[in-house]
Write a protein that binds this ligand. Sequence first.
Ligand code: PMT
Length: 401
Amino acid sequence: MVEGKRILLGVCGGIAAYKAVEVVSRLRKRGAEVRVIMTRAATKLIQPLTFQTLSANPVHIEMLEEPKVWNVEHIALAQWPDLLLVAPATANMIGKVRAGIADDLLSTTIMATRAPVVFVPAMNVNMYENPVVQDNLACLRRLGYGFIEPDIGWQACGVEGRGRFPDPERIVAEVETRLTTPRDLEGVRLLVTAGGTREALDPVRFLSNRSTGKMGYAIAAAAARRGAEVILVTGPTNLVPPGGCRVVPVTTTLEMYQAVMEQFEAVDAVVMAAAPADYRPATYSETKIKKGEGPLTLTLERNPDILMELGRRRDKQVLIGFAAETGNVATRAREKLLAKGADLIVGNDVSGTETGFASEDNEVLLVDADGVEEVPRQSKAELADRILHRLRAMLGKDVTG
Ligand code: PMT
C-alpha cells in the first residue's frame, strides 16, 4: 500500500536509532522510496552506511555540506516526501520543534516541509513523563503533528515504563494507514464535541456521567486523518487528544455551549458526540458542603440544550447528534432528530458495558429523515469513519463505496 510513496525518515540520537533500520527495510520491501536524515548524535549510535545501504540513497547529515541533491539541501529534502517520519524522536528534537528552533538539517527540514510529519517519541520513561516533554507533545498535537505512541515495556536503560520504541511493524502499518486514507474531507471545517461535562456542587464534588470521550475523539481523529480542519471541544477526559485537531477544553455544559457557539458560524458541520450534563446545581457552595444526619436535597436547574440551539441557529451547517438511550433507541432517536433539528442522529443503547459509554466498540442506528440504518457492533474508530461517510454525503461531496 506504500508502493511508490516517498518517505523521509529523520533519525535522532536515541538508543532506538538501531531499530529505525528495520523500519527502513520494511518500508522498502513494501515498495516505498526512503531517504534518511540523521542528526549528528544519531551517527554516534549507528553508522550512516547502514541506512544508506538499506535505503539505497545517500544519508543526509550536515546542513552546510556539499549538496547531495540539486537544490538548497534542506528545502529540496523538505519538498520531496509524501510523509516525514521522525523515528526515534528524542525529547530534544520534540522540544526544538515546539520552540521553533531549526539548528540542524532535521529540525530545519521539519520546519520547511509541507508534508505531514509523524513523530515516534522514544526515550526513558522519566524523560517521557516529564511535564515539560508532555507539554511539548500536547502543543505539537494541537498544531497538527502526527504521533505514533511509544510502547510500555522494558527499556535499554534498565527500567520499565512508557517510552519504548514501538514494534517496527506497527510503525509501518500506521505509516501505511496515514498514506492511504483518502483525504476526502479536505476543505471541510468540522466541530466535534466529546466527553461528559462536570457541574460542580462545591470545591470537591461535581455531577457528571460515564462518558469517556472515546467516541468523540475517534470521530475527531478520523476526520483529521481524512483532511478535515477539526475543532475538538472536549469535556475532561483521560485521553490523549488526536493529532491534527485544535483542542478546546471545557468543564461545564455552559462552557461547552459558549465554545460551540463561538465556532459555529465558521464551520461546515458539527458532530455532537459529547454527553453534556442536562442539569447543574442551582447554587454552588464556596465551601465543602457538610454532611448532616438526614437526607440532602439538591435543587438542579436546566442547562441549555446545545444541539437544539444549533438546530435553531443553523444556516448551511450539517448537524449530527447522538442519542444515548436505554431502550426504544429507534423511536427516541427519531424524536431527537425532529426536536433538535438535526440531519442525522446516531442512536446508541447505553445500558450495557460492551457498547455505548466507555467501551471500545459501539453498535448504533443511524436515523435520518429517510429512515434507519442499522450499524452492527464495531470499533468506535470504524464507526467514526461510517458516520463521516454519511457526513460527506450530506455535505454534497461525491461519495463512492
Ligand atoms: O464518550 P464515550 O465513553 O465513548 O461514550 C460515547 C457516548 C455514549 C457518550 C456517545 O456515543 C453518545 O451517545 N453521546 C450523546 C450523549 C447524550 O448526551 O445523549 P442525549 O440523548 O442526552 O443527547 C442527545 C444529543 O444532544 C447529543 O448529541 C448530545 O450531545 C446533545 N446534547 C445533550 C444535552 C445538552 N445539554 N446539550 C446537547 O447538545
